[in-house]
Design a protein around this ligand. Structure first.
Ligand SMILES: [Zn+2]
Length: 492
């Protein structure tokens, strides 16, 4: 006899998660990984565009009900009904993180783009808040309702499935389940929608590299998901601390974020050290898993049924010609709280390879994430992207591969002049530093088209400043010390 025999129970009044969204409808709109792989993933470009148009028009209706978009769209002279097709998307104004910041200040803590106040929380059901990494100012919140939280997990799981993950795989996720989104997305995707065993070991700060490797060996980790800097650190720690080649782990693949690895050197290093493929991905807390590589590793496919990506000229805001570099501008189809409609991510990308991929999909691809457009420095008339230092820094085995560009305004005989120093870490075991600085300066001048100074620093010296010590988030490559470029708040 148990207390819960057959006696009827009162219904709960709590806003419980499983009642907060229609699961069957969700997986019809955003098919599960194996179903997706046989259907939407293989659709013709025309059919994909028709789906995008339908979803776009639906999200525009949501936008008109939202004070942030209504205000901005009305100010641009638009009225409901003016947007009739996906081609009309260019009529809608874009917005960026500065507009989000303004919205947050005007209506704290979530901003009118969310249209939610603290007092509304009980009625809005279970919500989850994630934030941007805060690499450029105060972290920006993005709320997830149950629908968006599930949808992003399905979408993340699809990318893993296309890359070859299958039920029973053990995935190690050395990322902390913090306000940053990637670790959560990864955990939920592979656990809820792929039947994999996630080992949520947390970043290197939580679980040391040596422990990470011991856990992997003991429980048979077959896939890793984390930032490339940490994967290299793990490979090195395996050698230094355990005296074992990390290739002994027989890893199936690495899921990571290669960034602007234009000459492929970062990928080569990862793949050689680990002895398995490394798949690139691109995402933010607003768009989730926005783009990912398939097994062909020939560009990052946009997740076309979930996020519509445009590439716009940073100066004119107009669409660039195919193959030209521009800002990634996202419209998200699986979110209504907040809607994301023409959000200028100010991350640079370039559409590559029109036509069908070797994997069989027509999903459009970008060749690389090319760095942040607001991280560009104009130095004596030349546009410089700090990420463009990567090939030079990695060209000499004596560096650790880590660098930080420091820009300062100096006074040369009464004339202000901007100078950039590139701080480069030198490996502790480098036999000598002879000629290293000169070689790097020469290569950087060739690559950047302008003279910069190189300062050699000891291994680990940039860990805090450049965020390369295995902590959360992307490494930082630019420190702008010019007075006009000082962040107002929140900068680490
Ligand atoms: Zn492909």
């Amino acid at each position: 006899m148990t207390a819960s025999s057959n006696e009827p129970l009162p219904a709960t009044r709590l806003p419980i998660y499983r009642n907060a969204f229609d699961f069957e409808r969700l997986i019809r709109e955003f098919p599960l990984p194996d179903v997706f792989e046989q259907t939407v993933w293989r659709w013709s470009p025309e059919r994909i565009r028709a789906l995008q148009e339908e979803r776009f028009l639906r999200i525009v209706e949501v936008g008109w009900k939202n004070p942030f978009y209504r205000r901005r769209w009305s100010a641009a002279g638009l009225a409901p009904g003016d947007i009739r097709s996906l081609d009309d998307i260019v009529k809608l104004p874009t917005y960026n993180s500065d507009d989000v910041k303004e919205s947050l200040e005007a209506r704290p803590p979530f901003g009118d783009f969310h249209d939610v106040d603290i007092a509304d929380l009980p009625a809005r059901g279970p919500l989850k808040m994630q934030t941007s990494g805060g690499t450029t100012g105060a972290p920006r919140p993005t709320l997830f309702d149950a629908w968006a939280w599930e949808a992003q997990a399905v979408i993340g799981a699809r990318a893993l499935y296309i890359q070859g993950a299958r039920p029973g795989d053990v995935i190690q996720i050395p990322m902390t389940a913090s306000l940053a989104n990637a670790g959560w997305l990864s955990y939920k995707g592979c656990h809820d929608f792929l039947g994999m065993l996630p080992l949520t070991t947390g970043s290197g700060v939580v679980t040391s590299s040596r422990q990470q490797l011991e856990i992997a060996r003991r429980f048979g980790t077959s896939i890793w998901h984390c930032f490339p800097e940490y994967l290299i650190r793990l490979a090195q720690a395996s050698q230094d601390e355990l005296g074992r080649d990390v290739r002994d782990l027989k890893t199936k693949f690495l899921r990571t974020y290669l960034g602007p690895d234009l000459d492929g050197s970062l990928r080569r290093e990862l793949e050689e050290r680990w002895g398995c493929p490394a798949y690139d991905a691109y995402g933010t807390n607003e768009i989730s898993a926005g783009a990912f590589e398939c097994q062909a590793r020939d560009g990052l496919h946009f997740m076309e049924d979930s996020v519509y990506m445009e590439i716009l000229d940073p100066e004119t805001g107009q669409p660039v010609a195919p193959g030209e570099r521009g800002n990634l501008v996202a419209t998200v189809f699986f979110r209504t709280l907040p809607p994301i409609i023409r959000y200028n991510l100010r991350d640079l990308g370039r559409l590559a390879h029109s036509g069908r991929c070797a994997c069989g999909s027509h999903f459009r691809r970008m060749d690389h994430f090319l760095g942040r457009s607001d991280a560009m420095v104009k130095l004596r008339g030349v546009n410089i992207y700090p990420m463009a230092c990567l090939p030079a820094v990695r060209s000499d085995a004596r560096t650790t591969g880590e660098w930080l560009c420091v820009v300062e305004r100096v006074d040369v005989a009464g004339v202000p002049r901007d100078e950039m120093d590139v701080h480069v870490e030198v490996r502790r075991d480098a036999a000598s530093r002879d000629g290293l600085r000169e070689a790097l300066e020469k290569r950087l001048k060739d690559d950047l088209g302008v003279v910069v100074r190189v300062r050699l620093v000891d291994e680990g010296a940039l860990a805090e400043l450049a965020n390369t010590n295995g902590r959360e988030g992307k490494p930082r490559r630019l420190l702008d010390r010019r007075p006009a470029f000082q962040p107002q708040q929140g900068q680490p």
